[in-house]
Design a protein around this ligand. Structure first.
Ligand code: SAM
Ligand code: SF4
Length: 326
């Protein structure tokens, strides 16, 4: 099959997989300090099970896979799993989203295994503030992880910054200045989603970020680094790297959504904020055929909504981000 589209004629080509709901940080906007209720180990999909799903999805037209979590690098055996995925012929784009804490230990091995690119989430360049946001004093590890990933030749590396009013919005210029040195930085609007009950900070709309960043010069539009994801990209005069904006709140990009999500316990979600989900784990473990699994994939695709309504304050999400992968 050459491709699949949903009921709104959006081509679906991207599977985003949460390989674990465990995490070695506790970002305030994502998890409470004590963590969230964890999925029992026996309910977490085994790598072979995820691989079967990816192979079936690839045969239907999925060409892009991103591994996320929780923190994907805390799951044992991830490098070998990346190698298995890299062997799936139809997957042209294999990437990882990580908090970067363990990246320096794995960057070279991941690159050798076939990982093409990585997104590192980093919300502050200040040590104490990083600790306050994430609960841990690991900023230096993340910075070393980014350096090591560059050294290993993983490219592009995108640094994702969730911008929070009164918390890290005074660091926009510091992050943007790093693009002179080749960093690719993306500023993300905070979504008001489930985080275990803690009060969410206020989001900063991208147009406000834009005004602040314009102090550094005119932002010239440029083409995406790779793929056709939701970010819009710009470059400061003379900068080697880019600045991206991801605007799930002020200007949602659902009209071009091309993704499906697989949770750590094997449910397909038609949308990040879906309350509807399609179980693949039970059928897989009961011996379902590839044709049965592909029917379930088609059902999940058919159930993709036109869009979410976060900007209107409607959040129908059933699961924490750690199970869905962000
Ligand atoms: N642990 C990895 C990491 O932090 O990159 C992967 C999983 S994390 C859930 C994936 C992404 O979701 C991160 O970039 C994180 O900043 C983002 N995220 C989590 N909660 C968010 C929220 N409320 N609004 C916007 N982005 C959020
Ligand atoms: Fe962990 Fe990523 Fe959530 Fe932070 S955003 S708590 S690193 S899963």
């Amino acid at each position: 099959m050459s491709g699949i589209s949903d009921s709104f004629q959006r081509p679906i080509s991207y599977l985003r997989i949460s390989v674990t709901d465990r995490c070695n940080l506790r970002c305030t906007y994502c998890m409470p300090p004590e963590g969230v209720t964890l999925i029992p180990h026996s309910d977490v999909l085994r790598y072979e099970e995820i691989l079967s799903i990816v192979r079936i999805a690839a045969s239907m037209g999925i060409t892009k896979v991103r591994l996320s979590g929780g923190e994907p690098l805390v799951r044992a055996g991830l490098v070998d799993f990346v190698r298995m995925l890299a062997e799936v012929r139809e997957i042209e784009d294999l990437s990882l989203t990580t908090n970067g804490v363990l990246l320096k230990d794995y960057a070279a091995a991941l690159k050798n295994a076939g990982l093409q690119r990585v997104n590192v989430s980093l919300d502050s360049l200040k040590r104490q503030r990083f600790r306050e946001i994430t609960g841990y004093d690991r900023l230096q590890d993340v910075l070393e992880g980014i350096t090591e990933a560059r050294r290993a030749g993983i490219a592009p590396i995108k640094v994702n910054v969730v911008v929070m009013r009164g918390i890290n919005d005074d660091e926009l210029l510091d992050f943007a200045r790093l693009t002179a040195d080749g960093w690719n930085v993306r500023f993300i609007e905070l979504m008001p989603i489930l985080n275990g009950g803690a009060k969410q900070p206020e989001f900063v709309p991208a147009n406000e970020m834009w005004d602040i960043l314009s102090q550094l010069g005119k932002l010239e539009p440029c083409s995406p680094l790779m793929g056709n994801g939701p970010a819009s990209y710009y470059r400061l005069p003379g900068a080697r790297g880019t600045i991206g904006f991801i605007t799930p709140v002020s200007d949602h990009f659902c009209f071009k959504c091309n993704r499906l999500r697989l949770t750590a316990d094997g449910k397909l979600l038609p949308c990040l904020l879906s309350s509807e989900e399609f179980d693949l784990r039970a059928p897989l473990r009961a011996g379902a055929s590839p044709a049965d699994i592909s029917q379930l994939l088609l059902k999940a695709i058919a159930a993709k909504p036109a869009g979410h309504r976060v900007s209107q304050g409607v959040v129908s999400q059933r699961r924490p981000m750690t199970q869905v992968g962000g």
